[in-house]
Ligand binder design. Structure first.
Ligand SMILES: Cc1cc2nc3c(=O)[nH]c(=O)nc-3n(C[C@H](O)[C@H](O)[C@H](O)COP(=O)(O)OP(=O)(O)OC[C@H]3O[C@@H](n4cnc5c(N)ncnc54)[C@H](O)[C@@H]3O)c2cc1C
Length: 764
């Protein structure tokens, strides 16, 4: 028994009892998700007092000479082989030479260490490869991305036994095995843990000898690479009715490697996700027997599948889709800027219209921001972090912002963006958007449940410790610990309350900021919002407790504020890392102003919708006494950002660095040629414009331009005509006969596996 303490026994004890009632109770799957990965810059943002020196000290993500050589060599070679139109509409698959290139150059083995024959790339190099491929072919990029994301490779590396790693990883690295990852089933999408796919521990025969193993039955769908996979990383619920492994009947979610050539495994049928043709399809298994050593990690890992999945997702989610989104945003910004410079209506380039500049400005700044956040996240992962909350932010925010940018690109391109054909360079990107939004945690659930839901517990400086104390079976020890942590929490809340109030009422002039030149004021504002966020979080936890979990609209808004704080930190870090380039400042300013407006709007919405009104008034007084004051970027800043996309400059080059450029006569190459030609003739056209002469012949006759200039103008006009052209097709090319040819593929539906299993006919 510890010494009597007035604070602990008289004050903390009743609070301890009350908190036990109100604090969120966690299901096993929630707990495992929260325990996955670690915390990083998110913890600083939650603290209310971010340590900017720590952020600025994070080494800038960079490539080794070998990684750069891979991007310049094999990655460019692969890009050159990818023809999205041909792949999508003729082949409906990647051509054999692309599959060969992917395997030969080990694109599927970027995360596999060299000792197993993989490339052993850093997170940043992996991200750069996906980024470059994405600017050429989404189908190619997704195919390369998946084996390097959540799946057998990552799971074996983290949890496999030595024997499993030695057995599987060299074959995966050499492309002899094509992996896929089977989690999602018809009943269990976002709520993946509710899957009804089963494994039963039993005796069976494996390679001629009797052994203890698992009999599997499953129906999975939406599985990328599954139709061509040689091995499935399969998630299922394991049961042990005969207690061959221990005394538990239900062991829990388990992940095993299932070779697809085993009897009872069915793969091959394909989905057509948003008309993209990367390999994706369902799989069924009926009474498929595997030995126990096919469980990833062996018997030691049975029942730990959910934890394994969450842990693998904690880093991977921050690389694949954010890289694709960063690439898509830069590609959309680059092409739309160029198109706005060459496309004329009402006798002027459309890029001169303010309404177009409004879109271009948003596109430029958003592309800058997503890529800034991608770089920072990769730097964090390469530094050894697995920041689960940050990667959830990245996945959701990058794909959502790509949607905004791509919609802008489509709107500005008008019919040119809509008309499909080999010359259309936007169509696949546009169609791919809902895929990124849906996979690796659908965005609505990620935004409303995961970012803040997990962040509030995981990244908060005290909450997890308090929860551990509250759940301690030794009540006295729990109270002792709670008493210690709770009062630290109180001091932390009071300090944040003071900071939030002071900064709100003084325009953040006293807020902490590093010596960061012209961006110093932005650091101050972020410090202010971090304190406001931290204070509002504590108020919400205090008043709503476990109920906050069900208040998804409130939780989502907190998630938005946290996301903005992270993304804006990344923007400031990028500006610093790139040597404080003054011409890039409009991109920084646009991002900041827009982000600040979003933060204030979300805090305002939280306050307005907060059910405990006295607490809402307190928050209003402390955080936003005059309501939201930030109005977003000015028109001047938006126009400065638009200009970056319209005119050649070092900033434009920095923004669009390492895109794969068009080749031959493809749509992108035509656009880039036309842009270069139009920029080259701009001074001549300016001269004609001043003389109020539009026609080249007249200008020549009047001696306003010489013959060479006339030819240059005419070449530019030809290049523009080629770039704005769209495809048209002969009637027979789009005839109903071809549609009939593919009709059986579309309409021949598969019997549902679950009922088929019941009828003894699964997988038929
Ligand atoms: C092209 C493609 C490739 C894929 N590849 C793979 C793969 O390789 N392996 C694999 O295992 N899976 C894969 N998936 C599956 C993907 O992970 C799921 O689609 C995703 O988890 C969502 O499940 P669902 O589509 O069934 O949507 P549902 O779970 O039915 O969700 C419908 C909507 O409800 C929302 N929602 C659900 N629960 C909540 C909640 N509590 N609060 C608020 N909103 C909620 C979701 O956000 C979503 O908007 C793929 C899917 C697609 C489309």
């Amino acid at each position: 028994m510890s010494e009597p303490s007035f604070r602990r026994d008289r004050i903390s004890k009743p609070i301890f009892a009350w908190a036990q009632k109100v604090l969120p109770t966690l299901s096993d799957t929630e707990r495992e998700a929260i325990e996955a990965g670690d915390v990083w810059w998110d913890a600083d943002l939650f603290s209310g007092k971010p340590d900017w020196a720590k952020l600025l000290a994070v080494p800038r993500a960079s490539l080794s000479a070998e990684e750069q050589a891979f991007l310049d060599g094999p990655c460019n070679e692969l890009c050159g082989l990818l023809d999205e139109w041909h792949i999508t509409w003729t082949l409906r698959d990647l051509p054999p030479e692309v599959w060969d290139c992917l395997k030969r150059h080990k694109f599927f083995a970027m995360i596999i260490p060299k000792e197993y024959g993989g490339l052993g790339f850093s997170a940043y190099a992996h991200s750069e490869v996906i980024r470059k491929l994405s600017t050429r072919s989404i189908t190619g990029a997704v195919t390369a991305m998946v084996p390097n994301s959540l799946g057998p490779g990552e799971l074996l590396l983290q949890f496999g036994t030595r024997e499993q790693q030695n057995d599987w990883l060299p074959r995966l690295a050499a492309g002899k095995e094509i992996p896929c990852f089977g989690l999602t089933s018809p009943e269990a999408g976002s709520d993946a843990a509710s899957m009804t796919d089963t494994g039963v521990v039993c005796r069976g025969t494996w390679q001629g000898r009797e052994t203890i193993g698992i009999k599997l039955n499953w129906h999975k769908r939406y599985i990328t690479l599954c139709p061509v996979a040689t091995v499935i990383g399969l998630a299922f619920k394991l049961h042990d009715p005969d207690h061959l492994l221990g005394d538990r009947d239900d062991i829990g979610i388990t992940v095993a490697l299932v070779p697809t050539n085993l009897p009872g495994v069915e793969i091959g049928r394909r989905h057509l996700p948003a008309l993209l043709v990367f390999q994706n399809g369902p799989t069924w298994g009926r009474d498929v027997f595997i030995p126990l050593d096919h469980v990833i990690g062996g018997v030691a890992q049975v029942g730990k599948g959910w934890k394994m999945l969450m842990s693998a997702l904690a880093a991977g989610r921050g690389i694949s889709l954010p890289s694709l989104s960063a690439a898509g945003a830069v590609f959309a910004a680059h092409t739309t800027g160029a198109y706005s410079a060459i496309r004329e209506q009402f006798h002027v380039p459309i890029g001169r219209f303010q309404a177009i500049q409004e879109r271009l400005g948003r596109m430029a700044a958003t592309a800058y921001l997503i890529d800034a956040a991608r770089r920072l996240t990769c730097a964090g992962i390469d530094h050894g972090h697995k920041p689960a909350v940050i990667t959830a932010i990245m996945k959701e925010q990058a794909t959502e912002r790509l949607r905004v940018v791509t919609n802008d690109a489509m709107d500005v391109h008008g019919g040119k963006g809509v008309q499909e054909g080999p010359l259309n360079y936007l169509g696949t990107l546009y169609r791919s958007i809902p895929i990124g939004i849906t996979v690796e945690g659908a965005n609505i659930v990620t935004r409303s449940l995961i970012q803040f839901g997990q962040g509030a517990i995981r990244s908060h400086p005290y909450l997890l410790k308090e929860m551990a104390a509250l759940e301690d079976p030794d009540r006295e020890r729990g109270l002792e610990e709670f008493d210690h942590v709770f009062w630290q929490h109180v001091r932390h809340s009071l300090a944040n309350a003071w900071r939030a109030w002071l900064h709100a009422w003084t325009g953040a002039i006293f807020a902490s900021a590093p010596d960061a030149g012209r961006t110093r004021r932005f650091y101050r504002m972020l410090s202010r919002y971090s304190s406001a966020f931290a204070f509002a979080v504590d108020v919400a936890l205090l008043t709503l407790g476990g109920g906050l979990k069900r208040q998804e609209m409130i939780s989502a808004r907190f998630g938005d504020v946290l996301s903005e704080l992270y993304l804006l930190s990344a923007v400031l870090k990028r500006w610093q890392d790139e040597g404080r380039q003054r011409p890039d400042l409009p991109l920084v300013e646009w991002s900041m102003r827009k982000g600040f407006a979003t933060i204030e709007e979300r805090l305002d919405q939280i306050i307005n919708n907060f059910s405990n009104r006295p607490m809402a008034w307190l928050m209003r007084f402390m955080l936003l006494p005059l309501g939201p004051r930030e109005r977003g970027p000015s028109d001047r800043v938006t126009q400065a950002c638009a200009k970056i996309l319209l005119e050649p400059s070092a900033t434009r080059d920095r923004l669009t660095v390492d895109l794969f450029h068009g080749t031959g006569d493809d749509g992108l190459a035509r656009l880039e040629r036309a842009y270069a030609a139009v920029i080259a003739v701009a001074p001549i056209r300016e001269r004609m414009h001043k003389a109020r002469v539009r026609d080249v012949d007249t200008a020549f006759r009047q001696g306003l331009i010489n013959e060479a200039e006339a030819q240059q103008l005419s070449a530019a006009a030809t290049a523009v005509a080629a770039a704005i052209a769209v495809d048209d097709f002969a009637p027979e090319e789009l005839s109903p006969r071809q549609a009939e040819d593919i009709a059986p593929l579309q309409w021949q539906s598969k019997p549902q596996a679950r009922s088929a299993v019941g009828q003894g006919g699964g997988g038929a």
